[in-house]
Design a protein around this ligand. Structure first.
Ligand SMILES: C[S@@+](CC[C@H](N)C(=O)[O-])C[C@H]1O[C@@H](n2cnc3c(N)ncnc32)[C@H](O)[C@@H]1O
Length: 226
């Protein structure tokens, strides 16, 4: 049952979607396919999907890395930011999620530009490094929260000065401020934030957000050193 505040956040989001995003049949069909496949409703909100696209567009990103594909919803938003010769690699642990995502990405017209890699990201990221697939201009981290600190380390190995790193779920309804939390997700995000803060090669902040997905936030950083 939504609280009064959550209802206000959702109504405001609907209003924003209506006026700034409009109807999006391609992405509606991604959500329908995800629901039909019984996948969890944990993709980014439409407003955050568009924010990811705008950030990647503002940055002129040509090579994007995503960690955590699900049904390809955020993948498609990010792929929309790419130029024709651009490339997006997205990493997904669950083969069923990857299969649904591949179908959705192909239907959205991005099969040529997007590669879905199946496996644990901690196995795939070293392969990308070994293959010389990077450097990526833009990295979006949105997989298992316990992996975030390691993903940050890999993101730094796979980017270059000027690259952008974004990570979802960085506020956890404000619980990140609770040092004594016994929640492993909260502690994993705290470790990620503290690693980000101690990392001399990145300048970052976290934007707190409310909306249909509740109260959370996006970490946004730029790689400032090699
Ligand atoms: C929050 S969902 C991603 C949502 C997606 N970015 C979107 O907004 O449309 C997280 C995804 O990460 C995947 N995942 C979890 N652990 C992983 C791991 N170790 N390596 C790669 N993917 C993982 C899950 O299977 C799930 O599909």
């Amino acid at each position: 049952m939504a609280t009064k505040e959550e209802e206000i956040w959702s109504r405001a989001e609907q209003y924003i979607v209506e006026h700034l995003l409009g109807r999006d049949e391609a992405l509606d069909s991604v959500l329908a396919a995800a629901q039909a496949a019984g996948m969890p409703d944990i993709q980014v909100s439409p407003t955050h999907g568009k924010l990811l696209m705008l950030l990647a567009q503002m940055h002129g990103a040509k090579k994007i890395l995503e960690i955590g594909t699900l049904a390809g919803y955020s993948t498609i938003w990010l792929a929309r930011a790419l130029p024709a010769e651009g490339k997006l690699v997205t990493l997904e642990f669950d083969p069923k999620h990857a299969a649904v995502a591949r179908g959705n990405i192909a239907k959205a017209g991005f099969a040529e530009r997007v590669e879905v890699r199946v496996g644990s990201a901690l196995d795939t990221l070293p392969l990308l490094k070994a293959e010389g697939t990077g450097p990526f201009d833009f990295v979006f981290i949105d997989a298992n929260k316990t992996g975030y600190s390691d993903y940050l380390g890999w993101a730094l190995q796979l980017t270059q000065r000027g690259s952008v790193i974004v990570a979802d779920n960085a506020v956890q309804a404000g619980r990140i401020a609770d040092a004594d939390s016994d929640d492993t997700t909260v502690q994993a995000i705290r470790s990620f934030i503290e690693k980000l803060g101690a990392e001399p090669r990145v300048s970052a902040t976290i934007v707190q957000c409310v909306g249909s997905k509740g109260y959370d936030g996006l970490a946004i950083g730029i790689v400032t050193g090699d």
